[in-house]
Ligand binder design. Structure first.
Ligand code: MN
Length: 459
C-alpha cells in the first residue's frame, strides 16, 4: 500500500503517476487517470479498439464451437421519452463489446466457424446519414475507416444483413448461436425469420465463460476503473465532515470519478450513514450525517465498459470510537484472512467458508450472544468485469489466475446503527492474489490519518 503522507499531499488526479517507479525520462504532465486519446472517426470521443485482443477473443470462440454460426446484435440508443436515461443514451451490449470493443449502435456481428482454422467475420453497420448526424453526432459507417479501426476486414451495410444471413443459412453447418436474452423483439424476428427450424442456441453461456479470465486489455481497463474509483473514495474521505448530507458525499465521489475520466458510475453509489450503514443496498443517499456516525461508501466508476466495485467505511468525524474500531478491525482481519488464503484451485464457496470461520473464531463477545458471522449476511465476494456482478465464477467453480474478484466481508448491527463493509478488488495470480484497490486506505489508522490531513488542508 502507498504511504499516507504521500497520499494526503498529492492531488487525486496525480495518484497514478505517483504510484509508478521514478521514470528515467521526464514524466509526462499528470492528467486524469482515465485519460485517453480520442479517435475522431469513432462515435462519442471513441477509444482505440485493441484489434489484436478482439480478434483473439473471436478466434477463441471459434475454437470452442468448432462448426457453427454466431450472430450478435449491438445495443440500440435508448429513448429519452420511453426509457429512464440517467447517464447517457447509449451503452454497448457487453457480448457485442467483448468481440468488437466498438461503441456503435444498431450493428450486427456475424461469425462463421468452419473447422479449427476457418473463421469468417462480418460486421454490419448502419449506413451513414449526414442529416441524422446533426442530432446524433458522428457515426461509424460501413467503409474503410471502420475496417481499419475495428480490425474486421469485411464490413457491410445493415440493409444487406438479411440477404447475407439467408446465404449463411444455405451453407450452414452446426448450430446457430445467438445471445437470446439480450436481443430485442426486432432482432428475434430477423433470427426467427432466417433460422426458423434450425438448431438455435443461446450464446451467452459460451461467451460468458470466456469472460471469466481477463486478458491483458481487460485488466488494463479494470485497473483504470479501479484507480479512478480509489481517487473518488480518497476525495470523499478527505472532504467529509459531520452535518454533511449523504448526497454531498456522493457528489464529491462522483465528481472525482468524472474528473478522472470515468464514463459513468458502475452501479448506483451507496452512501449509508448511521442507521443506513446497515442497509446493504441503500442508495437513496438523503440523510444528514451526524457526529459519531459511521458511513459505508460502496461506489465505483466504469471506464471503457469495465467497472470496479469498492467499499470503504469510515467515521464521518474522522475518528473511530473504540466500539466502531473493534468491529471494523474484525471485518478487516477477516478480509485479510480471505486474501491470505486466496490461491488458484480454490472455489469462491471455500474462500467464503474460510472468511466466515475466521470471523466466528475471532468474535469473542463482540457481537453479544451470537458470533459476528451471524451478522455477515451476504457473500464474501463476486467477480467483476463489464458487469459489476460479473458473469461466471459460480460458487463451485475453481478460481484461476486472471480472474478478478471482490473480497467484501461485513458486519451489520442494526440495533447499534453500526454497519461495516470493506470491499477490495483482487486479481487472482499464480501464487495468490494482488490487491488492486489498496490505494484507498483500509486500516483505521490510515483512514484517520487521511481524514485528518483532509481537514488540515481545508482550514
Ligand atoms: Mn460488491
Amino acid at each position: 500500500m502507498r504511504t499516507l503522507a504521500l497520499l494526503a499531499c498529492v492531488a487525486v488526479g496525480a495518484l497514478r503517476a505517483q504510484s509508478r517507479p521514478a521514470p528515467a525520462a521526464p514524466a509526462p504532465p499528470a492528467g486524469p487517470i482515465g485519460q485517453w486519446t480520442p479517435v475522431p472517426q469513432l462515435p462519442g470521443m471513441g477509444r482505440l479498439v485493441d484489434t489484436a485482443a478482439t480478434a483473439a477473443r473471436r478466434r477463441a470462440l471459434l475454437q470452442r464451437i468448432g462448426h457453427g454460426t454466431v450472430v450478435i446484435p449491438a445495443a440500440h440508443e435508448r429513448d429519452v421519452e420511453k426509457d429512464y436515461i440517467q447517464d447517457n443514451d447509449f451503452r454497448q451490449n457487453n457480448t457485442f463489446f467483448y468481440f468488437t470493443e466498438l461503441e456503435t449502435q444498431d450493428a450486427w456481428l456475424l461469425l462463421t466457424a468452419r473447422g479449427p482454422d476457418s473463421l469468417e467475420t462480418v460486421l454490419f453497420l448502419p449506413p451513414r446519414a449526414p442529416a441524422q448526424e446533426r442530432w446524433t453526432g458522428l457515426r461509424l459507417g460501413p467503409d474503410s475507416v471502420a475496417v481499419r479501426l475495428s480490425g474486421i476486414p469485411t464490413i457491410l451495410p445493415t440493409d444487406s444483413l438479411e440477404r447475407r444471413l439467408r446465404a449463411t443459412r444455405l451453407g450452414l453447418r452446426g448450430p446457430v448461436y445467438v445471445p437470446l436474452d439480450v436481443t430485442t423483439r426486432d432482432e428475434r424476428r430477423v433470427i426467427d425469420l432466417v433460422f426458423g427450424g434450425q438448431d438455435v442456441r443461446n450464446l451467452r453461456q459460451l461467451a460468458d465463460s470466456m469472460r471469466e479470465v481477463k486478458d491483458a486489455d481487460e485488466l488494463l481497463r479494470l485497473r483504470k476503473a479501479i484507480d479512478i474509483s480509489v481517487a473518488g473514495h480518497l476525495a470523499a474521505m478527505q472532504a467529509a465532515h459531520p452535518g454533511m448530507y449523504e448526497y454531498e458525499i456522493e457528489a464529491i465521489l462522483e465528481a472525482a470519478f468524472r474528473r478522472n475520466g470515468a464514463d459513468r458510475v458502475g452501479y448506483p453509489s451507496i452512501v449509508g450513514s448511521g442507521p443506513n450503514s446497515t442497509t446493504l443496498h441503500y442508495d437513496v443517499n438523503r440523510r444528514q450525517t451526524g457526529d459519531g456516525d459511521l458511513v459505508v461508501v460502496d461506489a465505483a466508476a466504469e471506464w471503457g465498459q469495465y467497472t470496479a466495485d469498492v467499499t470503504r467505511t469510515w467515521p464521518v468525524n474522522g475518528k473511530f470510537t473504540a466500539r466502531q474500531k473493534a468491529v471494523y478491525d474484525l471485518v478487516l482481519a477477516t478480509q485479510q484472512a480471505a486474501f491470505d488464503s486466496l490461491r488458484p484451485g480454490l472455489t469462491m464457496r471455500e474462500l467464503d467458508g474460510i472468511a466466515r470461520a475466521y470471523m466466528r473464531e475471532h468474535s469473542g463477545k463482540l457481537c453479544g450472544d451470537q458470533t459476528c458471522d451471524a451478522y455477515f449476511i451476504h457473500g464474501l465476494g463476486h467477480p467483476i468485469g463489464m458487469d459489476v456482478h460479473d458473469v461466471g465464477v459460480a460458487g463451485r467453480a475453481k478460481l484461476e489466475p486472471g480472474m478478478v474478484i471482490t473480497l467484501e466481508p461485513g458486519i451489520y448491527l442494526p440495533q447499534e446503527n453500526l454497519g461495516v463493509r470493506i470491499e477490495d478488488d483482487v486479481l487472482v495470480t499464480a501464487t495468490g492474489g494482488e490487491w488492486l484497490s489498496a490505494g484507498a486506505p483500509r486500516t483505521t489508522a490510515d483512514i484517520e490519518r487521511l481524514m485528518q490531513a483532509g481537514r488540515t488542508a481545508l482550514r
